[in-house]
Design a protein around this ligand. Structure first.
Ligand SMILES: O=C(O)CCC(=O)C(=O)O
Ligand SMILES: [Fe+2]
Length: 294
């Protein structure tokens, strides 16, 4: 991430781990493009040494997790390595809970400020991070939306997707439907064998050409939680390694869906409660300096 943003000062309060020298300045053009298209490609988001550091953190966390899918209470999500979905990617969630390197990057306050700028909101909490590794010959990722899976309902959820190896047309780079976030409601489909079920729900999205976003290692993309996206199969012998994180606008409320919330916390929630548990959803940045709730 480069240092340009530091020179602009920081209009806000970072609750993330620390300020990193990362490429977290979104220009007016980038913000306008993101808001128009619902996604943004940022070349060279990480420098080569940062890619190496974050990749090592991700691989260490993977090793430590074994077949456990999420660092949380046992949600019964052990990886069975059988279904179609398990061959879309090796998926491990909330690595930041067990790995300080992943935490340093995913909870970075300057990154928090950038996602605030892109979405035009005052603060963001982590929803969950996840590494998504499309293994050699891995299945494609069916078109889907993100926010409707999650336990809050917002038009301003945002995700970052960081390439830790080059992501190419051959190994399953990301694709987006420009402007689809403006058409989407909160109806979704699963990530299964049917690539195009989403377009049965939203036929108007078929009027727009999808855009592929090949990336060099260290590039990233941002996408809105209602932007239609997917990825092709990995036709190569190499792993497509990505680190991602979904962010929830601060102040978002519980919508009744469990998603990744652990059973004890879930049992304590009523629909409409603010999701401000600092351990579950750390606040990474706020312009209003709300003290993180505990
Ligand atoms: O990595 C992929 O293939 C899909 C990624 C994705 O769906 C996401 O980051 O929301
Ligand atoms: Fe997604």
């Amino acid at each position: 991430m480069n240092t340009e943003s530091r020179n602009k000062g920081c209009a806000g309060f970072g609750f993330g781990v620390e300020f990193l020298p990362v490429n977290t300045t979104a220009t007016e053009e980038q913000i306008a493009s993101y808001q128009q298209d619902g996604f943004l490609h940022v070349p060279a988001f990480l420098a080569a040494d940062e890619v190496a550091e974050l990749k090592q953190g991700v691989l260490d966390a993977l090793d430590e997790m074994g077949s456990r899918k999420i660092n949380d209470e046992d949600l019964g999500w052990e990886d069975k390595k059988q279904s179609y979905y398990d061959k879309v990617f090796t998926q491990r969630l909330n690595l930041h809970r067990i790995n300080d390197t992943v935490k340093k990057y995913m909870l970075d306050a300057e990154l928090g400020r950038m996602v605030c700028d892109l979405e035009g909101v005052d603060g963001f909490r982590v929803w969950h991070d996840q590494t998504l590794i499309k293994e050699p010959y891995g299945n494609p990722t069916a078109w889907h939306l993100d926010d409707p899976y999650w336990s809050f309902t917002s038009k301003h959820a945002i995700s970052i997707w960081i390439a830790l190896e080059d992501a190419t047309l051959e190994n399953g780079c990301m694709w987006f439907v420009p402007g689809s976030h403006k058409i989407a409601r909160f109806e979704n489909v699963g990530i299964d064998e049917n690539m195009a079920s989403l377009f049965d729900v939203y036929p108007d999205m078929k009027n727009v050409d999808p855009v592929s976003v090949p990336m060099k290692a260290g590039d990233c993309s941002f996408h809105n939680g209602l932007t239609a996206h997917g990825a092709g199969a990995n036709m190569t012998r190499g792993r497509r390694i990505a680190m991602t994180c979904g962010y929830m606008p601060a102040g978002s409320t519980f919508n009744g869906q469990a998603n990744i919330l652990p059973p004890d916390y879930l049992a304590s929630l009523s629909v409409g409660d603010v999701l401000d548990n600092e351990a579950q959803n750390p606040l990474i940045f706020s312009r209003t300096a709300d003290a993180p709730a505990t």
